[in-house]
Design a protein around this ligand. Structure first.
Ligand SMILES: O=C(O)c1cc(C(=O)O)oc(=O)c1
Length: 293
């Protein structure tokens, strides 16, 4: 554990409200995480934050409270490349969760096959310097070429490195899912420079997907996150067949501005106003990527 994070932090709301929006049957929370429990699944020695336990029981209780049916559990950076906590949560989900792993690029074919059997359907490449020590593009591409059939790559980066990352993204030989839209400055509006650059990326390939997630991270004004709604609604409508939604629970690193998950769910009809869009965002799209077998 890194020296600056000795105290365990809580980054999630203790008592989230019941959303007014009722998700359609079969709705998937396609971006969430588990932390530990630490006694069973210790955090990585390289972790940049040390959270309190946020295990599968809490995650599945939240799923039910919010009116969702399934989860896609994304390996959190605090667990490094040991996916045991994520796999444990998937195993306890009764088939209602699938996952995205973080792997050492030297991983063997047998280990990849074991992850597949455990419900993993993608690998995550994280480029945020505050979360990971290094992001070796050549090694990432090497593992991206060896993934099991039907898998994709999830990539997390900030808007200011999108141009620099373009050759790398262009070379990924499987579908790509962009976490949190590559963190655009939503206060620039729907036609701002960041959204335009992100649209150019989406237009460059038809198999690049994105998560319309994290108003709490991207809109510092706080709930009801109007700038986020204004900037993101046109993107959801224009690229409705390749957009996903998730809570981001337990909101790693958000301990100073913890969002109410019920309020996050109430963002859905503002960025996806029709039942057709809501069904794509919450059911059809995530089922295509994660339950396509
Ligand atoms: O912006 C973040 O701090 C963050 C961190 C993690 C993680 O630690 O894996 O995941 C996310 O989706 C977002």
């Amino acid at each position: 554990m890194s020296a600056e994070t000795e105290q365990r932090i809580v980054s999630w709301h203790a008592n989230p409200s019941k959303p007014r929006f009722i998700p359609p049957p079969g709705a998937v929370d396609a971006h969430c995480h588990v932390f530990g429990p630490m006694a069973q699944f210790p955090f990585s020695a390289k972790a940049k934050y040390l959270p309190e336990d946020a295990g599968p029981d809490k995650l599945f209780a939240l799923r039910d409270h919010l009116g969702f049916s399934r989860n896609v559990i994304v390996q959190a950076s605090c667990h490094g490349t040991d996916n045991a906590a994520t796999l444990d949560a998937i195993a306890k989900s009764d088939g209602k969760a699938r996952g995205v792993a973080v792997v050492d690029p030297a991983i063997s074919e047998d280990e990849l096959a074991a992850l597949h059997a455990g419900g993993i359907r993608g690998v995550r490449f994280n480029f945020l310097k505050r979360l990971v020590d290094d992001a070796p593009k050549d090694r990432f591409l090497d593992v991206a070429r060896r993934l099991p059939a039907g898998w994709h790559v999830v990539i997390y980066f900030e808007a200011d490195i999108l141009d620099e990352l373009r050759p790398f993204i262009d070379a990924i030989p499987v579908p790509v899912v962009v976490d949190h839209m590559g963190r655009p400055d939503v206060t620039q509006g729907p036609d701002g420079a960041d959204m335009k650059a992100f649209r150019r990326l989406l237009d460059s390939r038809h198999d690049i997907w994105f998560k319309a997630t994290c108003p709490d991270r991207l809109d510092a004004a706080g709930a009801p996150w109007d700038a986020f709604a204004d900037a993101v609604a046109p993107l959801v409508s224009d690229y409705s067949s390749r957009v996903l939604w998730g809570t981001d629970w337990p909101h790693p690193n958000m301990e100073k501005a913890i969002p109410d998950d019920g309020h996050l769910v109430d963002m859905i009809p503002r960025i996806a106003p029709t039942p057709q869009l809501q069904h794509k965002l919450l059911v059809a799209n995530p089922m295509t990527l994660y339950w396509n077998d």
